[in-house]
Structures are given as C-alpha cells and as structure tokens.
Design a protein around this ligand. Sequence first.
Ligand code: ZN
Length: 170
Amino acid sequence: MRAFDDLYAANAKFAKEFENFTLTGRAARGLAVVTCMDSRIDPLGLLGLKPGDAKILRNAGARVTDDVLRTLVLAVYLLGVDRVLVMPHTDCGMSKVTDPDVHALTSEQGVDTRSLEFHTVPDQDEALRHDLMRIRSTPFLPKDLPVTGAIYDVHTGLLTPAPRQASDAA
Ligand SMILES: [Zn+2]
C-alpha cells in the first residue's frame, strides 16, 4: 500500500476536522456538472459550490456518454438534480489527439485498444453541441430540464457560455 500512504495520512487529518456528516446524497443546489478529468479543474471551487451542493460527473473530455446519461437519469429522479451544466475546458488533451492517435500510442506499448472508443474531440464546439443535444433529446430525462454548456478556461479561470440553442430553457 506504500503508493497510497500519503493519502491515508492526509485522510486521517481530514477526518479529525470532518464536519459534513449532516449532508445527504441529494444535490443541495440541484446541479449536475459534466466535466473533464483534467486535474486543473476544481468544479466546486470555480462554481462557488461546496460539498453536498452538486453531482460531479467526470470523464476524459467531459463527453456525454451512455454512462453519463445513465448517471444523469439517477441524479434527476433520485438525487435532487434539476439542472445540468456540461463543462469542457480549454487546452483539453482530448482535443489534441484522435482515436487512431490513441490506438497508435497504446500499440507502441503493446496494448491493442481498438475495441475502446475514446470519444476524442476534433472540434470542441461541435462536440459540446452534440453532447447537449444528447441530453436534451434523451427520452429518459424531463423535456423541460434546464441544460446548458460552458467552456472553462484553465488559464483565466473564466467560464464562457456556449452559444444558446433554440431549445435552451430560460
Ligand atoms: Zn480535458
């Protein structure tokens, strides 16, 4: 367990001052955020949120995959989510490679990843439009669920809202 010793030591300190024991699993601010795994993104901090406020769904590229949709359905019907923000970011590694690039890189390490779809992002605006449409068009979520997209700038900390679509909720 040596590789994780630092984490257990930090957690022991954290638990001594732990005060969030009254929180429930419902999203207190009714928000779900779909964002990237990029280690520069602090979803709670950049949105003025604290633990308990929001459901944070992260993957490579902030893509709306089948698993993200599955999780949003649970978040909406069981866990108090009533609005969804899809938040990709500038300088995203997923916009710098293609799926064939990734397969080639892993192949150099002797691993065949061709059965995996990486959902790389050749055009970030287009990918965001597509992902927002996936949420808006799924039959499993309420038609009037407010859904929006914004790009987080990892160099300025600013969010830029995606161009509004005709189907955006007010
Ligand atoms: Zn990213």
